[in-house]
Design a protein around this ligand. Sequence first.
Ligand SMILES: Cc1ncc(COP(=O)(O)O)c(C=O)c1O
Length: 472
Amino acid sequence: MTDPKTPNALSFQVDRAAIAPIGDQIHASLRQAIVEGRLAPGQRLPSGRDLAAQLGVARGTIRVAYDRLIAENLVFGAGPAGTRVCTRPPARQEDDEAPLDGPLAAFTRPYSSAPLPFQMGVPADDAFPAKLWARMRARAVRADAMTYTAYADPRGEPALRTQIASHLAISRHMQCHPDQIIVTSGYRQGLMLALTALRPHGRKAWIEEPGYPLGRRALELTGAALEPVPVDAEGLRVEEGIVRAPDALLALVTPGQHAPLGVTLSPARRHALLDWAVASKAWIIEDDYLGELQLDGRAAPALAVGKAAERVIHIGSFSKTLSPALGLGFVVAPRLLAERLVEVAAVLAPAPNRTTQLAVTEFLADGHFLRHLRQMKTLYAERRNLALAHVGKFLSGPLTAGLGVIAPLPQSADDSAIVDIARTHGLAPSALSAWYLRRTHAQRGLLLSVTNLRPENIDDACAKLASVVASH
Ligand SMILES: Cc1ncc(COP(=O)(O)O)c(C=O)c1O
């Protein structure tokens, strides 16, 4: 996008369909222009107002991008003389060693730090049974050290697969044999196994609209043609998917609790989806990331139940139910695909670290997992009620959704900009619009996980968020 007032060095566009938030894109483009020398030392950056108008974004978004550049010593605020490029920006070679700040920055930034208030996808930091887990892991390390230095079963430890199969029978109503289970490092490895086995390159794939951005990106990386299918109060609008892409190879869905809206696929839609898959020999990839961790009533049975399970690749994860730090999940392979999935696991991505597997086996076998789930349901329901009461004071109509709350915003609001600004205040809400493939159709709103909101931090977190929203 060029403008007579903007140096050519700043000819860049924002991609509203990209996964990376707009603020990150602007920051990355400016940073690149500076380190490549296209913006000379001393040169003045456009005023926040001009650049915001040129790119069609909120001024706050530009301000956050400039603040990040200031923090990186690439530019400095020169008062009335504007924001200018530092005279000695870091040499290019140093920049080559700087951390990557491309589209993945949005996923990598919060890694390995304590969860921030409202951060999605992380369980309660204060409720993980750390001491018990440390004991079980220590026992597992000793047991593992005593075994042969041989290759392990690429599908995972037989004892763990047996435990997972019995747990799924109780909690998800699934009847599967341990041989159908492949242990993975989490949902993402499970998805990788499924997509490598299905080879969706050039084929159509239904995705939920809105839907989990990483799932969507995984399909893009494997060359699938994405077919966004809207989600309403009954879940995926299967009949629309059938009209738009009846010949799709697969549907990637979160039927138990839709991510991020939290709705459960209604029985009618569930049957329609399974009937379509059976009739057209399509595959359903069931992302069961929350498993039975449902806060209201009992979780609906998995899709991979009964006869239709032949068309369903069920992927589970311990990331939400226990901790993402474990790096553990599993795939339940439909019988028709089991051999191919096991082959992919054996050749490309065998089950992870045996000690974690042995420790989780004991955790399941001794009943700690079921107890932990029960406690987490109670805790999260309390935290959700607390959050609803607080958030309702400054945002209208917050709704419950999975382990969080959605606060809808007017269509004129720039939820991504609010999220960027909130981040500078130590908060991590997510922008609802970023979960849409078609950004022009996107609903605006804030996704607020409640897992790490406590009576001690909720007042402060909500006061800060309220002021960010008000200033926007
Ligand atoms: C919709 C959805 N699926 C799956 C996952 C879990 O992924 P993993 O097991 O790779 O940590 C998440 C985590 O945020 C998620 O939101």
